[in-house]
Design a protein around this ligand. Structure first.
Ligand SMILES: [Fe+2]
Ligand SMILES: [Fe+2]
Length: 358
């Protein structure tokens, strides 16, 4: 169990998180003074533990975040500091090996299917992947605090939902580009500020008595939760990994609609309101459309234009499923033992009154 303070947040601004070890200590210190150009990098972890090492994952998360909204105490120059980029490159080499090892079997199978069968085989993979039944647990059995813990953990990605994949837009052409822009337009609310998915998630957090601040819980979440975001940034910030970026998107969308229905039901069962369920309600229908768009409209079009991308698209899809699995397994195991991975802050009394009276 991890306990402790959360990152200080002020609205949408956040400060650099507290280090989780020597690597994040060295890198966060260097980010504060990017002109001083030297970092003494401690020993890096072996690839086998990179997905589970909080110091490694937090460091990558912080380095990637410089390209998103960044931190109130990080100078803008840190984003393109050659020294920081070199450190990031060294970490990515390890991360890539870790992801290859985690995903190789299913990737090789999916990479070898004929191009015209790729969409159906990708859907088949998402359906057959042996994922722990977190959504089913939430629907039927989760306690109020387990549901709140799930929202807390998901806040790390969902508060920047869709942002990673948007980096891929200028790297695509033709049908794939048109498909991605159509999909992202939905993610960003179809032109309505009150429907932006990342803001719907902030509303859900608020309704569950949690901090809706961007990055508010980065200090307390496990390495595997950070990896859900770092794997996206690894693919989406590199033009050369545009295949993996879109494969990741396809698997993400293809595993969202049915679980979203279960999450919404569980949220209402424990007494949380429509303001919390709304984010998940939205995704039941939206992602049933998005999965078709991502798999058939984007990935299939990319393979048609650039057949050499098929393996990387497959890798992105499998990495999405595998990393989600790595984060879900310990969570479900903790719940089955009546434990939390992260203790959510005490709920407001208005929420517990329902829970004790039901
Ligand atoms: Fe969404
Ligand atoms: Fe979506």
């Amino acid at each position: 169990m991890i306990t402790g303070r959360t990152a200080e947040t002020r609205g949408t601004i956040m400060l650099l998180p507290h280090p989780r070890g020597p690597l994040s200590a060295a890198v966060t210190a260097a980010i504060r003074r990017p002109d001083e150009s030297l970092i003494k990098v401690p020993d890096l972890p072996e690839p086998d533990v990179a997905l589970h090492d909080p110091d490694f994952q937090l460091t990558l998360w912080v380095l990637y975040e410089l390209h998103y909204r960044s931190f109130d105490d990080a100078p803008d120059a840190a984003e393109w500091s050659p020294v920081l980029l070199a450190v990031r490159g060294a970490l990515e080499t390890i991360f890539d090996i870790a992801l290859e090892r985690e995903c190789a079997g299913p990737v090789d199978l999916l990479a070898a299917v004929p191009a015209e069968d790729f969409p159906d085989q990708l859907f088949a993979l998402t359906e057959s992947f042996d994922s722990p039944p977190v959504a089913e647990h939430v629907q039927r059995r989760a306690t109020l605090d387990q549901v709140r813990e799930l929202l807390l953990l998901r806040s790390i990605y969902q508060l920047k939902e869709a942002d990673p994949h948007s980096f891929t837009i200028p790297r695509l052409t033709g049908a794939a580009k048109a498909g991605l822009v159509e999909l992202q337009y939905d993610e960003y609310g179809d032109g309505r500020a009150d429907r932006v998915h990342q803001d719907l998630f902030a509303t859900a957090l608020r309704g569950a008595g949690l901090d809706p601040g961007y990055g508010a819980y980065v200090d307390v979440v496990p390495a595997e939760t950070l990896a859900i975001s770092t794997v996206m940034s690894r693919f989406c910030l590199h033009r050369g990994r545009r295949g993996a970026a879109m494969g990741h998107l396809a698997a993400f969308e293809a595993t969202s609609s049915v679980p979203s229905r279960r999450y919404a039901a569980g949220i209402r069962r424990v007494g949380l309101g429509d303001n919390v369920a709304q984010y998940f309600d939205e995704h039941v229908e939206a992602d049933a459309v998005h999965e078709q768009l991502a798999v058939r409209g984007i990935c299939a079009a990319m393979i048609k234009d650039e057949p050499g991308l098929q393996r990387d698209i497959a890798l992105g899809a499998v990495a999405c499923l595998a990393v989600d699995d790595l984060s879900a397994r310990p969570l479900l195991a903790a719940w089955q033992d009546d434990r939390h991975l992260v203790d959510p802050p005490a709920p407001p009394r208005s929420l517990t009154e329902f829970a004790t009276s039901s």
